[in-house]
Design a protein around this ligand. Structure first.
Ligand SMILES: *[C@@H]1O[C@H](CO)[C@@H](O)[C@H](O)[C@H]1NC(C)=O
Ligand SMILES: *[C@@H]1O[C@H](CO)[C@@H](O)[C@H](O)[C@H]1NC(C)=O
Ligand SMILES: *[C@@H]1O[C@H](CO)[C@@H](O)[C@H](O)[C@H]1NC(C)=O
Ligand SMILES: *[C@@H]1O[C@H](CO)[C@@H](O)[C@H](O)[C@H]1NC(C)=O
Ligand SMILES: *[C@@H]1O[C@H](CO)[C@@H](O)[C@H](O)[C@H]1NC(C)=O
Ligand SMILES: *[C@@H]1O[C@H](CO)[C@@H](O)[C@H](O)[C@H]1NC(C)=O
Ligand SMILES: *[C@@H]1O[C@H](CO)[C@@H](O)[C@H](O)[C@H]1NC(C)=O
Ligand SMILES: *[C@@H]1O[C@H](CO)[C@@H](O)[C@H](O)[C@H]1NC(C)=O
Ligand SMILES: [Zn+2]
Length: 414
């Protein structure tokens, strides 16, 4: 372990820039040849069966090598690891926009008092839905698909067990989506993440523990992104170039830190509120949102450009709504596809060997140029309960605290 850390830090020390961090992740998975094990967890539609714990053959979760799932990614001493310190020290923090971390109010919402919303100097999305950075050297956000009548398909908060029916549906319909995966979920349900890559979805980073990023310290923001990049790479063999902040909470400080990891922020311009359906919003209201957005595909709203729609793969409610509405979405829009393809990004991962087809080169979806592995369906381990929060989704989760025993840690984000 010590020897390994030293090797990693030496390797990092040779890098010209922080953005090459991903080259030190030694994954056992070839993203072009993923085999999903044909076990009940990956073939059943029964939730209990799907969520029965098992281990992936090519990814062993060693607790001491990762932040504690569903805790801030600096937990478990992970801000002191050689690899993280080398990364941190390779960044020129003096160039960071001079913006302080925000604070949470007693009511569990972010405190925006004192922020100059009319000038919005920090392009703080939570305050103003700003998507065009004000500071320099910050990657600009992606928040809409440029092509007319195009629906940018995105699902947040995966992977998880119990998602076989949903992934099977997308596969049958030849639909590809951008999947924003939570690092804690990736280590808990590795085969779910592997299926996302195998099926040709565009995999992106959705932080380690799904917190309000603008409230975290520089070190915490870096760790939330870095350990999720590492989890996705170790489990699936690819390292994302895109990320989405939980609840959309991003400002130019957080964007700048993401930029150091060569990550681009992806937001949205239509929000279904699907995570709230049946909880803080009536199901009928969310159905109304879907129906309006579907209408917009053929009534001229998107005659000159498209959208990116915020939806979730959290639970049966959100996934079944997607299944129910996708046939109408396909009828009313010319293109329904993942963000990489709609942006004509053919190399959405650091590994340029994994290529997506250019926009327009497949009918309505992208296609990853990969060799197929075996079997279909996926997912893994345990279960938990989800809670809702602010603007976007929320999630809560279980962590496998040892290879054999599962400890349930249900975190509720407000
Ligand atoms: C960052 O990503 C861009 C493409 O998105 C690539 O051209 C560039 O080489 C990357 N930088 C580093 C240092 O890896
Ligand atoms: C793909 O993986 C299978 C088993 O996982 C292996 O037998 C096969 O040789 C691999 N193919 C390539 C091209 O790597
Ligand atoms: C590591 O992170 C923890 C929790 O965020 C913090 O209390 C501690 O000061 C950090 N350690 C170092 C060396 O920065
Ligand atoms: C950063 O901004 C604070 C005020 O918010 C100011 O006091 C401080 O001097 C600034 N630091 C630099 C390096 O500009
Ligand atoms: C298209 O439909 C949406 C949703 O019903 C509506 O808000 C919008 O005004 C309509 N636009 C036009 C040009 O009819
Ligand atoms: C949701 O639950 C119903 C009833 O158990 C089931 O028939 C359906 O397949 C589930 N949908 C998804 C997407 O899992
Ligand atoms: C997409 O990018 C390719 C180059 O990768 C270019 O040839 C093509 O014209 C682009 N298509 C669109 C629709 O922008
Ligand atoms: C994962 O799936 C289980 C079972 O369907 C569900 O209870 C839980 O809320 C999901 N967890 C997350 C974090 O989405
Ligand atoms: Zn989320």
């Amino acid at each position: 372990m010590l020897a390994k850390s030293i090797a990693v830090s030496l390797a990092l020390a040779q890098f010209a820039s922080a953005a090459e961090y991903w080259e030190s992740f030694k994954s056992q998975v070839n993203p072009k040849n993923i085999s999903i094990p044909s076990i009940p967890q990956t073939t059943s539609y029964d939730e209990v069966t799907q969520c029965t714990y098992y281990e992936a053959s090519n990814f062993q979760f060693v607790e001491s090598e990762w932040p504690t799932p569903w805790e801030t990614a600096t937990s478990n001493g992970m801000n002191k690891s050689a690899e993280f310190k080398a990364l941190y020290n390779s960044i020129n923090w003096g160039n960071m926009p001079n913006i302080s971390a925000r604070t949470m109010g007693a009511d569990g919402a972010i405190d925006m008092s004192g922020y100059d919303e009319s000038n919005d100097p920090d392009c703080w999305w939570s305050a103003t839905t700003c998507t065009v950075p004000k500071h320099k050297d910050v990657n600009p956000d992606i928040y809409t698909c440029p092509e007319p009548e195009t629906w940018g398909l995105t699902y947040d908060d995966g992977p998880n067990c119990s998602h076989n029916a949903f992934y099977d549906f997308l596969e049958e319909q030849k639909l590809k989506a951008t999947m924003f995966y939570i690092g804690s979920n990736v280590v808990d349900w590795p085969v779910g993440a592997q299926r996302g890559v195998k099926d040709g979805h565009h995999i992106a980073d959705h932080t380690w523990s799904h917190q309000m990023m603008t409230t975290l310290s520089n070190e915490e923001v870096l760790a939330e992104l870095y350990y999720t990049q590492k989890a996705i790479k170790m489990v699936t063999g690819v390292t994302p170039r895109h990320w989405r902040p939980a609840f959309g909470d991003v400002d130019d400080r957080v964007r700048w830190i993401a930029t150091q990891l060569n990550l681009t922020t992806v937001l949205w311009n239509l929000d279904t509120d699907d995570w709230a359906a049946g909880a803080s919003e009536p199901v009928s209201q969310v159905q109304g949102n879907y129906e309006d957005f579907i209408k917009m595909g053929s009534n001229g709203t998107f005659a000159t450009s498209g959208n990116i729609v915020l939806t979730h793969e959290i639970d049966n409610m959100t996934m079944q709504m997607a299944i129910d509405y996708l046939p109408q979405i396909k009828k009313n829009y010319k293109n329904v596809l993942d963000v990489a393809t709609c942006m004509n990004i053919t190399t959405p991962y650091m590994e340029n060997s994994v290529k997506f087809a250019p926009f327009g080169k497949t009918s309505t979806t992208s296609s990853v140029v990969t060799a197929a592995g075996s079997a279909t369906s996926a997912s893994a381990s345990s279960s938990d309960s989800a809670q809702t929060a602010n603007k976007e989704s929320s999630a809560s989760k279980v962590s496998a605290t040892s290879a054999l025993a599962l400890a349930l840690i249900v975190a509720i984000f407000a």
